[in-house]
Design a protein around this ligand. Structure first.
Ligand SMILES: N[C@@H](CCC(=O)N[C@@H](CS)C(=O)NCC(=O)O)C(=O)O
Length: 232
């Protein structure tokens, strides 16, 4: 049984997508980041970066004490290794999967996140910042579109690289992107959206967060953080 500390955001969806696909039993502990629940001592003990997702594996492979993991890329890799699913053992496919997993973690996620921030949440609409992140998101969509030109999924078969990227393409309209400009990406996106595990993961999210809009109070919590926020 996996204890999943989760909220209904792109990085959270990555893990429910995996757990649903692999049919791993899990229990969700909602961490409402709009209310500041990411700062409780219990959560910080397993997620020192005060970000969701994080998880505790109560039945680790070595039979020892529970293992906690934070950072969605590390979590996907851990789960793939634990279950033997969605990460090939073939050396070439494996490194291809991992390089695209890390591409998402270091590129698509952070750039699209800044895009959401400056295009949507920032109190001042700064043209330089908006253009910078909308263009960078556009470039990254182009890179992924090209990768998908000759294959159904990023590394051939459906893998943790796809699960990492998909939730960051879901808000494409909010990111100022048109999927019609990226036909291979669009085909891939629609194929993943139709998978029963994806549908199940996103249905769970709607049941957990029935008020997904960003309040002014939430903005203060999310966008006013300094080192003092995590000082114990
Ligand atoms: N690199 C981290 C990023 C996690 C992250 O940014 N999580 C956001 C939600 S998508 C969060 O928890 N934000 C809470 C906060 O900003 O305090 C990962 O992939 O796990």
């Amino acid at each position: 049984m996996i204890d999943l500390y989760y909220w209904t955001t792109p990085n959270g969806h990555k893990i429910t997508m995996f757990l649903e696909e692999a049919e791993v039993p899990y229990h969700i502990f909602p961490v409402n980041i709009s209310k500041g629940e990411q700062f409780t001592p219990e959560f910080l003990a397993i997620a020192p970066n005060n970000r969701i997702p994080a998880m505790v594996d109560n039945e680790p492979a070595d039979g020892g004490e529970p293992i906690s993991v934070f950072e969605s890329g590390a979590m996907l890799l851990y789960l793939a290794e634990k279950t033997g699913k969605f990460l090939s053992h073939d050396v070439r496919t494996r490194v291809d999967t991992l390089q695209w997993l890390f591409w998402q973690m270091g590129g698509l996620g952070p750039m699209a996140g800044q895009n959401h921030h400056f295009s949507g949440y920032a109190p001042e609409k700064l043209p330089y910042a908006i253009t910078r992140y909308v263009n960078e998101t556009n470039r990254l969509y182009g890179v992924l579109n090209k990768k998908l030109a000759d294959r159904p999924f990023i590394a051939g078969d459906y893998s943790i690289a796809d699960m990492a990227c998909y939730p960051w393409i879901v808000p494409h309209a909010r990111q100022g992107q048109n999927l019609d400009d990226f036909p291979h990406l669009k085909r891939w996106f629609e194929a993943i959206a139709a998978r029963p595990a994806t549908v199940q993961a996103y249905t769970k999210a709607k049941e957990i967060n029935v008020q997904p809009t960003m309040s002014e109070e939430a903005k203060k919590i999310l966008f006013g953080q300094t080192a003092a926020s995590v000082r114990s």
